[in-house]
Design a protein around this ligand. Structure first.
Ligand SMILES: CC(C)(COP(=O)(O)OP(=O)(O)OC[C@H]1O[C@@H](n2cnc3c(N)ncnc32)[C@H](O)[C@@H]1OP(=O)(O)O)[C@@H](O)C(=O)NCCC(=O)NCCS
Length: 180
């Protein structure tokens, strides 16, 4: 498995392997944010095909309930692993660790992520990986464009978790950090 930043030439294959709903073009939107320096769009590759994503939003969670408290905390968003048979094989964990490493390397000492109330399995994974409850509840608002181009707004109840990044996180293929 390889994890790297998204490239423009990946977008078509990403859209084929993990189609956005309707006319949304989610991967292109994230790539555009990366091009503008607002995010880093990580992609996981297995056997030459994209199998997962995660986007680090450098200015943090957009939800005002979170942003007013965690304005200096980058957010890992858009975590996804596909197809379903590829889940539970460590790809999500690898994307999370890659995001943590990049965040630490940029000088941040914490990273956050949101998890919706209907996703206890993802929440359990994050807690296992060292993310901590903050008590910060919010509505995860996003939209998609349906096949006719009509916008649908969604607001899912969610909570914000934060992990303190103590040292350079390991990524597959990287040597261990020198002993202190
Ligand atoms: C949530 C999600 C991103 C996690 O990614 P993942 O690749 O499935 O996660 P991992 O494989 O790293 O870890 C998850 C599980 O696999 C287990 N696991 C990890 N590596 C493993 C391995 N090598 N062999 C067997 N099991 C393994 C973990 O213990 C964990 O157990 P669980 O299934 O009981 O939770 C993914 O499941 C997903 O895309 N879900 C749908 C979208 C979603 O919910 N996104 C998150 C929004 S907040």
């Amino acid at each position: 498995m390889k994890i790297r930043e998204c490239r423009e030439q990946d977008l078509e294959l990403l859209e084929t392997c993990k189609p956005s709903p309707g006319r949304t073009r989610r991967h292109a939107i994230r790539f555009d944010r990366q091009q503008r320096g607002l995010s880093t769009y990580l992609t996981a590759w297995v056997d030459g095909l994209p199998a997962g994503t995660g986007e680090i939003l450098w200015s943090g969670c957009a939800a005002p309930e979170v942003h007013q408290i965690y304005s200096r905390c980058p957010e890992l968003n858009g975590l996804d692993v596909w197809p379903a048979e590829r889940q539970s094989q460590g790809i999500g964990t690898a994307v999370i660790r890659a995001a943590e490493a990049r965040t630490y390397d940029r000088g941040y000492h914490q990273i956050g992520l949101g998890v919706t109330d209907d996703n206890p399995r993802a929440a359990a994974l994050y807690l296992r990986l060292g993310y901590q409850e903050t008590g910060c509840l919010y509505l995860d608002r996003y939209y998609y464009l349906d096949d006719h181009g009509h916008r649908h707004d969604v607001a899912d109840p969610a909570r914000f978790l934060v992990k303190q990044l103590q040292a350079r996180q390991l990524e597959p293929g990287n040597p261990p950090p020198p002993a202190l």
